[in-house]
Design a protein around this ligand. Structure first.
Ligand code: AMP
Ligand code: ZN
Length: 457
């Protein structure tokens, strides 16, 4: 089955054909580095990593670009409120530049822990101020901009199809917002460039043809996608929250400047929910990869959990679900590890697996094929080769996993030897007493014919 993907623009599953044969240009909206990424954010990056791996399994060369938002993302989507970076700086007592570097590094560590491959191009908004200014000038030349007291805005009323991606009811939004529009002409207008307030000394600000200030959040993605992937490329991704504002605005800017809708396919990952509330970095309390590690979970159990749900349905996080994922992952790891190597991939199962992932990234069903192979009557070496091929897409690190052999402390070894001697001498009470001592240290002992084995309780 050829690769088919759900495109939010057409609201339909469409067959994927690249614009240039054999190559795929992909842009994924990256993190706003004012805090750690929470596991909800990471669900979206896992979905995107799965997409890249499936594209590669289909033989495409992928050019993957991801931005780092380190300026201009305001606390409110309505273009007011504080810059999240300046707020993060106040929260931590460190400069906006310092926290941007800190949280970028932390984000990359999260990606490593989850086996998410890095993009081919990382691009930071603050490294592309000139490109953003040039992009705004291109929009200005086409006559889509106006100036207010606090910035340069995009006049969305000039675009009859503005908001098509989100199927926005622009007239309804306008009617609802009439009272709190501020200086904006239309409810859906958005900032391209914001002026630094006269009384404020911002940490991040630049000169521009319009005055000192900083770029709006949406322009960075249009400008950097344009620079690294061109005026029209294959796939653009993000979380579902981007459909109605951020991506609608990215499209509107590129349509004004270059007459394209930026990307051929628009894919969106649905949210991970925690206690039914949307997980949010700005709410202050959230779970991150380190929170899982602190509770002794393997981060890849979280990856497994995400694979059990389709990316287009919301996923409710729970510790029970993570427990189940960790157990399944452990069984899978042991199962694969026990198989002998050196076999060939089974073509029929490989085809079935590819069909599942090519059906709009149906990872839950692909996982089912994987379990079927593990339980099948295939020769062990063939099984192993087939499962490792699947794991190139699943990313569970099966090829490199091996059971941890824990060193047995000397004191534990001495107790076990003493018990073994007592048992062989039929001193049952003493043997039981020593077994109790071992248990108190967290070890249990299994007697064999000629020897014993020790394991952790
Ligand atoms: P941000 O760092 O806030 O710009 O968000 C980074 C990415 O995470 C974006 O693609 C968001 O759409 C996505 N995202 C935010 N919250 C969630 C969530 N609870 N579940 C899944 N993805 C999310
Ligand atoms: Zn973006």
């Amino acid at each position: 089955m050829p690769l088919r993907l759900y495109d939010t623009w057409t609201r339909a599953v469409r067959e994927f054909t690249p614009l240039k044969p054999g190559e795929v240009g992909l842009y994924t909206c990256g993190p706003t580095v004012y805090n750690f990424a929470h596991i909800g954010n990471l669900r979206t990056y896992l979905f995107e990593d799965g997409l890249v791996r499936v594209l590669k399994m289909n033989g495409y060369a992928v050019r993957h670009v991801m931005n780092i938002t380190d300026v201009g993302h305001l606390v409110s989507d309505a273009d007011d409120g504080e810059d999240k970076m300046e707020a993060g700086s106040r929260r931590t007592g460190q400069s906006a530049w310092t926290i941007a570097a800190l949280y970028t590094d932390a984000f990359r560590a999260d990606l490593r822990a989850l086996n998410i491959n890095e993009p081919d191009v990382w691009c930071r908004a603050t490294d592309h101020i000139d490109e953003q200014i040039a992009f705004i000038e291109a929009i200005e030349r086409k006559g889509y901009t106006y100036r207010t007291r606090d910035g340069i805005y995009f006049d969305t009323s000039r675009q009859p199809d503005y908001g098509y991606l989100g199927r926005l009811d622009v007239a309804g939004l306008q009617a609802g917002a009439r009272v709190d529009l501020g200086d904006k002409r239309n409810a859906t207008d958005y900032a391209l460039w914001k002026f630094s307030a006269p009384e404020e000394k911002r940490q991040m600000e630049w000169d521009s043809p319009w005055g000192r200030g900083f770029p709006g959040w949406h322009i960075e993605c249009s400008a950097m996608a344009h620079k690294y992937l061109g005026e029209y490329f294959d796939i653009h991704c993000g979380g579902e929250d981007h459909i109605t504002v951020h991506h609608s605005n990215e499209i509107s800017q590129t349509e004004a400047a270059y007459g394209t809708r930026l990307a051929n396919f628009w894919l969106h990952g649905y949210f991970m929910l925690l206690n039914t509330a949307k997980m949010s970095k700005s709410s202050g309390e959230f779970l991150r990869v380190q929170s899982l590690i602190d509770r002794r979970y393997d981060p890849l159990a979280f990856r497994y959990l995400c694979l059990t749900a389709h990316y287009r349905s919301q996923l409710m996080f729970s510790w029970d679900a993570l427990d189940a994922a960790q157990t399944a992952l452990e069984r899978l790891r042991h199962g694969v590890h026990a198989l002998a190597g050196g076999g060939e991939v089974d073509a029929e199962y490989a085809r079935r697996f590819l069909d599942r992932v090519n059906d709009d990234l149906n990872f839950p069903q692909a996982l089912a094929v994987m379990w079927e192979v593990l339980k099948s009557a295939l020769a062990p070496a063939v099984k192993k080769a087939t499962l490792l091929r699947f794991d190139e897409v699943l990313g569970l690190g099966l090829a490199t996993w091996s059971p941890k052999v824990e060193a047995v402390p000397d004191a534990v070894r001495a107790l076990a030897d003493a018990r073994w001697t007592a048992r062989n001498a039929k001193q049952w009470a003493e043997a039981d007493r020593l077994r109790g001592e071992l248990a108190a240290l967290g070890w249990s002992m299994k007697d064999g014919k000629d020897d014993y084995t020790l394991s952790r309780n």
